[in-house]
Design a protein. Structure first.
Length: 75
């Protein structure tokens, strides 16, 4: 039984999380031949005030750098 833990820096909508769970589950079914019912996915949302990279909190970054994997998505 696959157990997948996903940590996200910042929030995601319910629809986005549902899509992630569906995509990851489909990948486990296709790649490992597991049944969809056996795939367990846990998503943890990290507050940007509780996560840092490059020596500073993500929440303290001024403007997102183009191509920055830790930047918040533009609205």
């Amino acid at each position: 039984m696959p157990f997948i833990d996903i940590r996200l820096a910042g929030p995601a909508t319910r629809a986005q999380k549902a899509g992630i769970v569906a995509d990851v589950t489909a990948s486990m079914v296709a790649r490992l031949g597991k049944s969809a019912g056996a795939v367990q996915v846990n998503i943890t949302e990290l507050s940007l005030e509780n996560y840092g990279a490059g020596g500073q909190l993500i929440a303290d970054r001024d403007a997102p750098v183009q191509g920055d994997a830790h930047a918040e998505p533009s609205q």
